[in-house]
Ligand binder design. Structure first.
Ligand SMILES: Cc1cc2nc3c(=O)[nH]c(=O)nc-3n(C[C@H](O)[C@H](O)[C@H](O)COP(=O)(O)OP(=O)(O)OC[C@H]3O[C@@H](n4cnc5c(N)ncnc54)[C@H](O)[C@@H]3O)c2cc1C
Ligand code: FES
Length: 280
């Protein structure tokens, strides 16, 4: 299991650290990539998240899209949807913001050693998976076939395009699919579930890591299970409304599990057992 820093004392849990924004990259009309100065001793696993804050605006959970082992800075990919993410989008390189974390359990991908892996991402769901994909690629001899199916609404919303090309060069079977094509678009068409059966992996013994909107998660997990994949090996990262991020406020509590501390990464078996897809 990857070593994960745990927050011990009260102050560490609730007090944001002030970090400098090193760079901000416009990825699409409403998504920006932030490179943040990494505090000393800060170590995180793929699938973990931060509470990201802007003074006067508030705090929101955001997945870490970089990989601790491969990057010296922390990368966050943020879609502007409301008050706090809009305030984040106003920040520029050289400004400061707050971070608390790393939080959550993260992916335990060592269970997939020797097996095929299928990554399935929808929209900004590619951000938390990117951290894991880069780590898996850095150890790719330890795995069987690796495939990625990534869906976006239209070609202009496809994120991390240069990185997707690098992954292809690394031998990852990459299917990029969009709901709406334009004339020059070289991507496939259709929703991600339409491309699952074409993947050249062993569904019976393989592992899948999925991230995207609820409706996509439900459909992909159901289909992979019907295709013979063990529900213990179908792994996803869940979103929920969060306030504290550390299991204290109860905002993300769902039938026996806190999404923030027991998750956000869960297997399909756990999601069914605890009815997590109907969480707040
Ligand atoms: C563990 C975790 C990891 C996340 N990682 C990322 C990430 O890497 N990048 C990213 O852009 N976003 C991520 N999110 C979602 C992000 O936290 C929300 O978009 C953010 O909280 C919205 O805050 P706001 O103040 O800008 O919007 P608000 O003003 O609070 O809300 C605007 C709209 O967004 C909806 N909304 C708010 N929070 C959520 C949520 N958690 N899920 C779905 N809809 C929501 C509201 O219902 C409302 O319709 C993550 C969420 C969680 C729980
Ligand atoms: S966000 Fe407070 S308990 Fe999970």
């Amino acid at each position: 299991m990857t070593k994960t820093k745990t927050l011990k004392n009260h102050k560490e849990i609730y007090l944001p650290q002030k970090v400098k924004i090193l760079d901000v990259v416009d990825m699409t009309s409403d998504v920006k990539l932030y490179k943040l100065e990494q505090p000393k001793g800060f170590f995180y696993s793929p699938g973990q998240f931060l509470m990201a804050s802007v003074w006067g605006a508030g705090e929101v959970p955001i997945s870490i899209t970089s990989s601790s082992e491969l990057h010296d800075d922390i990368e966050l990919c943020v879609r502007k949807v409301g008050a706090v993410t809009s305030a984040l989008h106003e920040l520029k390189a050289g400004d400061y913001m707050g971070i608390r974390g790393p939080l959550g359990n993260g992916f335990h991908f060592e269970e997939a050693y020797g097996k095929d892996i299928l990554f399935v991402a929808g929209g900004i769901g590619i951000a938390p998976l990117r951290s894991l994909i880069n780590l898996v690629i850095s150890q790719k001899k330890k795995f069987g076939e690796i495939a990625l199916v990534y869906g976006s609404r239209n070609p202009s919303e496809v994120l991390f395009v240069p990185q997707l090309l690098d992954w292809k060069k690394e031998g990852i079977r990459t299917t990029i699919t969009v709901d709406v094509k334009n004339a020059e678009c070289e991507y496939c068409t259709g929703i991600v579930t339409e491309h699952l059966t074409r993947q050249k992996i062993s569904f019976k013994t393989g592992h899948s890591y999925i991230c995207g909107p609820h409706v996509m998660l439900k459909a992909v997990m159901r289909d992979l299970s019907l295709m013979g994949m063990s529900q213990d090996n179908i792994i996803t990262t869940m979103e929920a409304h969060m306030k504290c991020g550390v299991g204290k406020c109860g905002h993300c509590y769902a039938d026996g599990k806190y999404i923030c501390t027991d998750g956000p990464v869960f297997s399909y078996s756990e999601i069914k057992q605890y009815n997590l897809l109907n969480s707040p």
